[in-house]
Design a protein around this ligand. Sequence first.
Ligand code: CP3
Length: 351
Amino acid sequence: MPAQKTILRALAGEVLPTPPVWMMRQAGRYLPEYRATREEAGDFLSLCYNSDLATEVTLQPIRRYGFDAAILFADILLLPQALGADLWFVTGEGPRLSTITDRAGLERLKPVSEIHETLSPIYQTVRNLAGALPKDVTLIGFAGAPWTVATYMIAGRGTPDQGPAHALKAENKEVFEGIIARLTDGTIEYLSAQIEAGAEVAKLFDSWAGSLKGEDFENYAVAPARRIISELKARHPEIPVIAFPREAGDNYMGFHEKTGADCVAVDDSVSAEWAAEHVQKDGCVQGNLKSSHMVTGGEALVRETRAIVEAFRDGPHIFNLGHGITPDADPANVQLMIDTVRETVRETVRG
Ligand code: CP3
């Protein structure tokens, strides 16, 4: 039977007259209702682990805008926390973790079989959402890709150039690869549990893939994604996977085939025309409006949105931003983007 939800149809390779649309970080600080619920929860991590409130914030952008997909409200850094890392968020700065820099640190990590103890409230959120979402809305589960998560575990925070992770890779490859291997196994179990709780799509966020070059890209972006996707497909053949090797540049080419991903999400450092020619030829693509348009709005937003829809119109496409929406975005611009996506194609088809 053909899949009915628009996102699942696009992921199956169908070319739709109107691309389905959702937005990275669609539940976030640019929305007053998110800020109110977060206040009620106390802090960001308490919100992630409170299944009722996490369900509520996941649903907020669906109610307000009618997006075609909802993404589970959680964070890529919950997996290292479940493996035993300390994790906290410093307001206005971002995440902090206890660091791993040697074999002793690697050996202190918990076995993968123990992650569910910490992560069970996340699975409860997925179950709540599977029961609460409108019938035409697709539920996306997600995890961070091993390299990106490792960069935070090794540095203990976000870094502009992922320097500490690159240094460990050069100086103690065995420990570095041990961290990647543990995260790869943990990600398989984490995503499988989300799927068993009701997630219909899995997305793998490799936000720092762009800092891996040459063989490193093959070994630490491609190979872990391939292992995760092949294991997920073995367990759950019907579940499509979106891979997002952000800022991969030329390495976006062939990523569908090398990893088995059903869809490759592209950021806005490549043009939609380029991605249509070099990436969409291999399968569904997702992207790639600059998120700054959600701050500035106006004619430029409309023009760029139309140009992206046009560029991707001959192949399977899910409309999204090139990266997450920022807290200073204007909620009205999100509506303008959605209206433009949904109208542009109708006009084009008519004319
Ligand atoms: O997209 C969604 O709406 C789903 C939820 C989601 C969050 N984080 C919620 C969040 C998802 C999919 C993520 C992924 C994530 N988390 C990534 C990969 C994607 C990307 O943005 O590159 C990364 C690198 C993280 C780690 C992380 N979480 C950082 C670096 C930060 C601080 C920066 C920031 O935006 O404040 C977070 C916090 C975070 N994760 C927020 C949200 C809504 C903001 C928290 C708050 O309310 O203060």
